[in-house]
Design a protein around this ligand. Structure first.
Ligand SMILES: *Cc1c(COP(=O)(O)O)cnc(C)c1O
Length: 369
């Protein structure tokens, strides 16, 4: 937390706005728009809820296909299935680790030929790095397919100077406890269309018709963020730049200590933007490094240092076993050889040094010769 969150929460208590409405909620949405350049925003209970609403507002329904990045967290695809639709996964490219625009174009061309275009594309900006949005938007526009940007990990990043999440039809963000900024749990949906955001708020509050009694003509959800948590969010927005700087600094320290080590490569930073380095991720070439990522993970765990493999691609998940994937080898390779290092914005120099020393102690290039 920064310095102001508690004040905002106290204000909510003192004014007794302990509800999913109140002045903090509207202020948080407005301030979020100022920070990101989004036109309209709806604060909701999670990033997953925001994505569910975006898909619902586009009109995704039973049997539809929705394209999604394969290298991501399950929450990027789960809401597709909430609506009875089917995800179709697309592999990453090596330069950004994000959706490969050429594979997306191939997938759309092929589906266009058989007259079965997907109803939406969910584009993930992984680990705080933007996907190459322009070519992806271009091919989506060409086929009239709405783009949803999953910027849950990328608040504070830039793509050609602008905030990811503000390019597509909808953008979603997460304020879960592990994200760049947090409200303990929460999310934001953004869009250029005032009516659609109004509709999102309507659906997020149980879809009550304007009547003095409770009347419903549509199925709604209980997805609104509470006024108390929005207060935390207002405080967190004030420290967003600091949090991004702290995460980028983790990366700088790690990469200057380990980046030249044979067999080690950090996630590349694409030239078109600024990555938040939400997590610092690297890949290991086990032949050269003398240990694989699992051996490194276990060695570090013995010293109470938690690392995790890069996201297991969704097309390899048991729950999505029946879904199609276009390509997949790049994401599979990044999963096999990728490791996420401790990356919190509160890590001290001593913490970073301890992680670096632990990794250096596993490094054993002679074993491979
Ligand atoms: C965290 C995350 C989500 C979901 O956000 P929640 O607020 O936890 O529901 C969606 N997509 C990605 C890529 C995420 O990292």
């Amino acid at each position: 937390m920064g310095e102001r969150e508690q004040e905002f929460v106290k204000e909510a208590f003192e004014t007794n706005w302990i509800a999913p409405v109140g002045p903090h909620l509207e202020a948080f949405e407005q301030e979020f728009c100022q920070v990101t350049g989004a036109s309209y925003a709806a604060a909701v209970s999670s990033g997953t809820a925001a994505l569910h609403l975006a898909l619902k507002l586009i009109g995704i329904g039973y049997g539809d296909e929705v394209i999604c990045s394969t290298l991501t967290f399950a929450a990027s695809a789960n809401p597709i299935t909430y609506l009875g639709a089917k995800p179709v996964f697309i592999d990453s490219d090596r330069t950004s680790w994000n959706m490969n625009p050429d594979l997306l174009r191939e997938a759309l061309e092929q589906r266009d030929r058989i007259g079965k275009l997907p109803k939406a594309v969910v584009l993930v900006h992984l680990y705080g790095q933007c996907a190459d949005i322009d070519p992806i938007m271009k091919v989506c526009d060409q086929y009239g397919i709405p783009l949803i940007e999953d910027a849950a990990e990328a608040l504070g990043a830039t793509y050609k100077g602008r905030t990811p999440g503000t390019f597509g039809k909808f953008g979603i963000y997460s304020f879960n406890g592990n994200k760049i900024i947090t409200t303990s749990g929460g999310g934001m949906l953004v869009c250029d269309d005032r009516e659609l955001i109004a509709k999102a708020k309507f659906l997020a509050t149980q879809a009550r018709d304007p009547a003095p009694y409770y009347q419903h003509s549509e199925i709604g959800y209980n997805y609104r963020l509470s006024n108390v948590l929005a207060g935390i969010g207002r405080g967190q927005l004030l420290v967003l730049n600091d949090r991004v700087a702290a995460r980028r600094r983790n990366y700088e320290v790690y990469s200057s200590a380990l980046g030249k080590l044979p067999g080690v490569a950090f996630m590349p930073e694409a030239s078109y933007g600024n990555c938040t380095r939400w997590l610092t991720c690297l890949t290991i070439d086990p032949e050269i490094f003398g240990a694989d990522t699992e051996q490194i993970r276990i060695a570090l765990a013995k010293q109470q240092i938690e690392t995790r493999p890069v996201w297991k691609p969704l097309h390899l998940q048991p729950v999505f076993a029946e879904c199609e994937c276009v390509g997949g080898e790049v994401a599979e390779d990044l999963f096999a050889r990728g490791l996420c290092l401790p990356s919190g914005s509160n890590l001290t120099d001593a913490d970073l040094e301890r992680v670096i020393d632990a990794i250096l102690s596993v490094y054993s290039p002679s074993k491979s010769s």
